[in-house]
Write a protein that binds this ligand. Structure first.
Ligand code: HGY
Ligand code: MN
Ligand code: MN
Ligand code: MN
Length: 407
């Protein structure tokens, strides 16, 4: 099966006909359809299909018990109205790269696996990389059981409703211990490759990033009869805090986004009692990230006080900086740079986007390959990569897998 035909098969799953964006949220019907697609791709290639205790899917060539496996893959879930490439490009490219290696007639000297990590985006339960965090022991079972979606459904309930047994979720050190290297191919979520004119690049690091919830509690009242001077309207300090986040990020050379809001009672003619806003902030280093978030919180408290509004700030998730292991990263550069002049000019680039590879990097040697995204747009239906660049990514991934698993 070619990259193109696999892509055509997967593409319609969970896609909105209105926007062209995706709604592949963890343990929903669209997620289950993607998982069925993954299993069908695995079994049609004679790979050994496995579902691990945390709902991550694995397709094995060779015996995992041998250890030192070379693993590739990514995720199939999406953000609300997300793009087609973020996640799925890595999974489809993994199967296509395996097909290419088989066509080359290579002899594998190590076990090889393709993985689909569950719930990478955290769109439903609010925490990114749930499947890989559970496996790596970075999310406890108790924390996982407390994850709840907007309808009050917990993660275990959602897993059960989707036909998965949540009883066994938890750390999977034995499985991760069998992995010698994990390489994730991902569409670039930025324009570095477009600007450098390269089709494929290698990741150097993932910026530290986190999510903070700002709860502004005011006083519900009638929008038509309450004098301005008598109001304790939480929408005002929230709005001023959004502007403060942009200001702090710009000053620090970082990024900060209020992309999600919940208002109670959320009535056109009612002054809100509660405005809940989520801040996503990321910076090239920890000190800068701290400066931005502290600055936003300080400003928010001043604005809230000025309106007689209470404020609670809760850090909901955080991922420290990930410096990908230099040895594996340089091995990829050597493999990919073989046809280039001595100065390996395969671009090496940092990213502000989080990935399962970042979660695993504390446990397993990990590396990432990026495929050019001509506009850099991601987490949007407009996300795009040309088929030519995608196929170049498949070839690069096949080269890397051959270099790592067929020595
Ligand atoms: O949020 C992220 O950076 C990733 O796409 N989950
Ligand atoms: Mn994403
Ligand atoms: Mn992703
Ligand atoms: Mn009324």
């Amino acid at each position: 099966m070619t990259f193109h035909s696999m892509w055509a098969e997967l593409r319609p799953i969970g896609r909105s006909s209105a926007s062209g964006g995706y709604r592949r949220f963890a343990w929903t019907g669209a997620d289950t359809d993607c998982r069925d697609w993954f299993r069908q791709q695995a079994e049609s290639r004679g790979l050994t299909y496995e579902l691990d205790r945390n709902g991550n899917q694995w397709a094995w060539l060779g015996d995992p018990a041998e250890g030192d496996a070379v693993v590739t893959g990514s995720h199939l879930d999406s953000v609300p109205d997300g793009g087609a490439f973020d996640g799925p490009l890595g999974v489809v490219s993994s199967f296509a790269a395996l097909d290419e290696l088989r066509a080359r007639g290579v002899r594998f000297t190590k076990p090889l696996a393709i993985v689909n990590f569950g719930d990478e985006e955290g769109a439903r339960f609010g925490l990114a990389c749930v499947g890989s965090r559970l496996a790596a022991g970075q999310l406890t079972v108790e924390q996982a059981h407390r994850l709840t979606d907007a309808d009050g459904i917990t993660l275990p309930q959602a897993m059960e409703r989707a036909g998965y047994d949540p009883a066994a979720i938890g750390p999977d050190p034995e499985r991760l211990g069998r992995i010698g290297a994990f390489v994730e191919l991902h569409v670039e979520q930025g324009r570095a490759l477009d600007l450098s004119g390269d089709q494929v690049g290698i990741a150097s690091a993932i910026w530290p990033h986190g999510r903070w919830r700002f709860d502004f509690r005011g006083e519900a009242n009638h929008a038509g009869t309450t004098r301005l001077v008598d109001r304790h309207d939480p929408m005002l300090p929230y709005a001023e805090t959004v502007l403060a986040a942009r200001r702090e990020a710009r000053l620090a050379g970082a990024v900060a986004t209020f992309g999600k809001i919940a208002v109670e009672p959320n009535g056109v003619n009612a002054i809100p009692s509660l405005v809940r806003g989520w801040l996503d902030s990321r910076a090239a280093d920890q000190a800068t990230l701290d400066t931005v978030v502290d600055g936003v919180e300080r400003a928010a408290r001043e604005y809230a006080e000025a309106q007689g509004v209470e404020l609670d700030v809760v850090r909901e998730s955080f991922t420290p900086v990930v410096e990908f292991e230099h040895a594996l990263r340089d091995e990829l550069a050597r493999i990919l740079g073989k046809d280039r002049d001595a100065a390996l000019n395969v671009p090496v680039l940092g990213t502000g986007a989080g990935h399962d590879a970042g979660i695993l990097s504390g446990t397993v040697p990990t590396a990432m390959l990026f495929v050019r995204n001509p506009t850099g747009v991601s987490h949007s239906p407009a996300e795009h990569a040309t088929e030519d660049d995608c196929v170049a990514g498949v070839t690069a991934l096949a080269d890397v897998l051959e270099g790592l698993a067929c020595r």
